[in-house]
Design a protein around this ligand. Structure first.
Ligand code: IPE
Ligand code: IPE
Ligand code: MG
Length: 244
């Protein structure tokens, strides 16, 4: 892997274990080029592949990609259909990419609310990559943080009577074995989380980049990680060694 001139050097310590990315700005990327929005999603997928590879090479263990929210159904049928088709084609055609990089694919979100063929494709890809021990790529598709919590509460209620704790609830979230994200990146400049990992992001460091998602490269991820490494994470406590 070539390291370009001026590229920030990542310390090998403090590599975030779990990174979440709100991949935003595909539509704006297309509009700026007088292209249709779907062209932005195509380019966005290429960026996703670049960043997945880079994250895996950097030693990140979990990468959650916000791909389609529970609110994104509000878009035109054409755009929604295009995104679903893109996901399906990617999962069908890129198994070699997952195999070569030992990537394990997982899903976050409401699978029951997805078109059955997409849900089946995800199930299959998750099954095919199940034994791969490299980075886990969590596809957040038909995902909403509130929806995840509501689904968890309903399952929990059905199985438990009486008072529940936060720990109990967390067990019913979509991927309870995955540690909370350390870093959440949002591209395209918007200062909001748009219903991404509401419960899990309580102590995530936030990083917002103005660059549109289709323009993202390994270099941008490197910058985000270098920034993360300078953060002082206190989790509500006091900095070690601090006397003030
Ligand atoms: C992110 O890009 C992709 C999805 C939300 C599916 P957008 O499509 O939201 O792009 P903008 O925000 O309109 O530029
Ligand atoms: C968030 O982006 C969802 C995804 C990236 C999948 P949106 O474009 O849907 O978010 P808003 O509408 O700007 O909040
Ligand atoms: Mg957007």
């Amino acid at each position: 892997m070539s390291v370009q001139k001026n590229s920030p050097v990542i310390g090998t310590d403090r590599i975030p274990i779990h990174v979440g990315i709100i991949m935003d700005g595909n539509g704006r990327w297309a509009r700026r080029r007088n292209q249709i929005r779907t062209q932005g999603h195509l380019e966005g997928l290429k960026a996703a592949k670049r960043v997945v590879k880079a994250a895996s090479d950097m030693g990140i263990r979990y990468l959650t990609l916000y791909t389609f929210s529970t609110e994104n159904w509000k878009r035109t049928a054409e755009e929604v259909g295009f995104i679903m088709g893109l996901v399906k084609k990617h999962l069908r055609g890129e198994l070699d990419f997952y195999r070569e990089n030992r990537l394990r694919l997982r899903h976050a979100g409401d699978a029951e609310g997805l078109p059955p063929d997409i849900a089946a494709e995800i199930r299959e890809a998750c099954g095919d990559t199940r034994s791969f021990g490299g980075m886990q790529v969590i596809l957040a598709l038909n995902y909403g943080g509130r929806d995840e919590i509501v689904r968890a509460v309903n399952r929990l209620k059905a199985e438990n009577a009486g008072r529940i704790t936060g720990k109990d609830l967390a067990k019913y979230l979509d991927n309870p074995d995955i540690p909370d994200p350390d870093l959440i990146i949002r591209t395209a400049g918007e200062m909001r989380t748009s219903n991404f990992l509401l419960w899990e992001s309580a102590y995530a460091e936030l990083y917002v980049s103005d660059k549109l998602w289709p323009d993202w490269t390994e270099e941008d991820l490197r910058e985000a990680i270098t920034d993360f490494q300078k953060r002082d994470r206190r989790f509500g406590g006091i900095k070690t060694g601090s006397d003030t």
